[in-house]
Design a protein around this ligand. Structure first.
Ligand code: PRX
Length: 571
């Protein structure tokens, strides 16, 4: 059952009147908030941290960090000093503007200092999930030509140094690090470094951050964002997250994912809010306890996490005092009306869905506190951005007709490159200026957008985007696997799970043990979240005449749906 529309919440919000703001807003107004308006130059690190450290927020807590064995807090002044120190260390080892500096480590204060330190000296920072295994790390460092890496002794084991000729220096965050050849003791060097840094002023269009993300074909692609993204991240931190001076904000995403940088670092700090970062693994108790202990007021998470909390039962929620919460948001996959209903029951609050993607760099279609929510809808475009449903030629479609969810090129936080791949970059845009998102959706007569699915075969599992090609390539590296096809299979908790259809090489027989071995192989070679939870052995996979595996057909078989046009299928 679909919920009734949920009325706007009365209150004092940054975005008080959506329609009026949408009509009148121009990005030029927002630009006046930043230094380039006066000097022509800018730096995200300055705008997000130093500006507050020099002003009335200097002793305000910028970061609370908690993990199993650490509990720390840093004011804006301290955050400025720590990131300055790190920036100085990077400089000392030769990091220059435009160099790719990757960070591959668990969430910790040092991770945030490293990202900010790199940004302050103009480096392009590439954050990697700590869950990545050797193959995934290799692909990303190689493609980006990364020269610098910050990691921990444990994760260093997964860095295939011999395959990475460009990698010059590895900063190791840990105790008693032995400095030799490429290895630098991060903590020791940072401790000694100066608190004062000559920040590197850059142009708005200079590179800031490089996120690798999956498509349906080929290896993951490096999506480059630039300092200019700050305008949109700043405005949406106000309009959508509705962050105010007194807010304690918790974004549960890791910086390995765009949500963890755009809204785990930049957005909230651009507006001077207090950020909560929790290390370690998910557990309902830990999460509710974090909300309670830090008095979180604004909470940004994902449907998969909400569904897991929902599955843990309401009895647990009731053990915690969550009255500090005032605004909850979700991103990454469709937000089920069921989850919104649960949120109303246990938190007494509407969960606000937000739609965007790595390539957009910031929010695009959202629900706002002052606006009616239609459960199941992603909401309406943010002011300053034009969104439509278009056909494959870029012709706008009328309400209720399904098509490509498209964005008019030129929004401030738009990706500016696919690293090393200008043709791929160009392929996202139609000649008449529409960026094609890869999602299908429709718009209702009041301008609300409704997500329908991915047009390509990208899988959304537990909020993470998995490219079928990358997993298939890994699978066929296993000696038993002849061919593999990957699909997303609907799952009540994870959104989708990865299912692999595999044909075996001669001499191998299907067995449970072989399934487990293949799963472990992908876990070890790529990442745990990329490993197929289900495997089915087939004699032969459905293929086109040109030899492409027809994932669409596998999916219809799996779901018991009609297979559609099979004219392209080989005999
Ligand atoms: O298919 C859409 C889905 O996630 C894709 C983008 O994934 P990623 O680049 O990893 O970034 C996610 C967070 C910024 C989209 O193309 N997606 C994201 N948000 C939603 C969503 N699907 C439905 N509803 C959403 N709110």
């Amino acid at each position: 059952m679909i919920l009734e529309a949920l009325s706007p919440i009365k209150g004092d919000y940054h975005l008080q009147n959506y329609e009026e703001t949408y009509q009148n807003f121009r990005w030029e107004e927002a630009e006046k908030n930043f230094s380039w308006y006066q000097s022509g130059k800018v730096n995200m690190g300055y705008e997000a941290v130093d500006r507050h450290a020099e002003g009335f927020r200097k002793n305000k807590v910028a970061l609370y960090y908690r993990s199993n064995d650490r509990l720390e807090k840093y004011t804006f002044k301290e955050l400025k000093e720590w990131s300055n120190k790190v920036g100085n260390v990077f400089k000392e080892y030769g990091v220059k503007k435009g160099d790719r500096l990757f960070v591959f480590m668990p969430r910790s204060p040092e991770l945030y200092f490293a990202i900010l330190g790199g940004v302050k000296i103009g480096a392009i920072v590439g954050p990697l999930f700590e869950a990545f295994m050797e193959g995934a790390v290799r692909d990303r460092l190689l493609d980006s030509g990364a020269e610098y890496l910050v990691t921990t002794p444990e994760l260093l084991q997964r860095v295939p140094e011999k395959d990475l000729p460009d990698l010059k220096t590895i900063f190791i965050v840990g105790k008693d690090v032995q400095e030799k050849e490429k290895y630098v003791d991060f903590n020791k060097r940072v401790e000694k470094a100066s608190k004062n840094l000559d920040i590197v002023w850059v142009d708005r269009e200079d590179g800031l951050i490089l996120h690798y993300t999956s498509g349906s074909t080929g290896k993951p692609k490096g999506v480059l964002h630039i300092h200019n993204a700050m305008i949109q991240q700043y405005m949406t931190a106000k309009w959508v997250l509705d962050l105010k001076e007194e807010d304690i904000y918790w974004c549960t995403a890791d910086p390995g994912w765009v949500t963890g940088t755009s809204y785990g670092i930049f957005g909230p700090w651009l507006v001077g809010a207090t950020n909560v970062v929790i290390g370690g693994r998910f557990s309902p108790e830990n999460w509710y306890k974090a909300l309670e202990d830090f008095g979180v007021t604004v909470w940004y998470s994902a449907p998969t996490a909400f569904r897991m909390l929902m599955g843990a039962g309401d009895e647990i929620v009731n053990r915690y005092d969550l009255t500090s919460l005032r605004h909850i948001l979700s991103v990454g996959e469709p937000l089920n009306p069921e989850v919104i209903r649960w949120g109303m029951k246990v938190f007494g609050l509407r969960i606000h869905d937000t739609w965007w993607m790595t390539e957009t760099g910031a929010h695009i279609v959202c629900n706002y506190p002052s606006m009616e929510i239609r459960p199941g809808s992603m909401g309406k475009p943010i002011p300053g951005v034009e969104v439509a449903i278009v056909d494959n030629q870029g012709k706008e479609l009328p309400p209720y007709q399904m098509g490509n969810l498209a964005i008019k090129k030129g929004w401030p936080s738009m990706m500016r490159q696919i690293w090393n791949n200008p043709e791929k970059y160009a392929s996202y845009f139609l000649p008449n200026g529409w960026y094609i998102s890869g999602d299908s959706a429709y718009m209702d007569e009041d301008g609300y957008f409704w997500f329908q699915g991915r047009i390509d075969d990208v899988i959304l599992t537990s909020g993470e985007r998995v490219g079928p090609f990358e997993v298939e390539s890994k699978l066929v590296e296993h000696p038993a696997v002849a061919e593999a096809g990957i699909i997303g299979k609907p799952d009540p908790i994870r959104g989708e799970i990865i299912k692999a259809f595999i044909s075996l090489r001669d001499g191998y027989e299907p067995s449970e043990q072989l399934k487990e071995e293949i799963q472990a192989f992908v876990k070890k070679g790529l990442a745990a979240h990329a490993a197929p939870r289900e495997i089915e052995f087939l004699d032969k996979l459905p293929k086109t005449r040109s030899g492409k595996i027809m994932r669409r057909v596998l999916k219809s078989w799996e779901l018991g749906l009609p297979t559609g046009d099979l004219s392209m299928m080989e005999d």
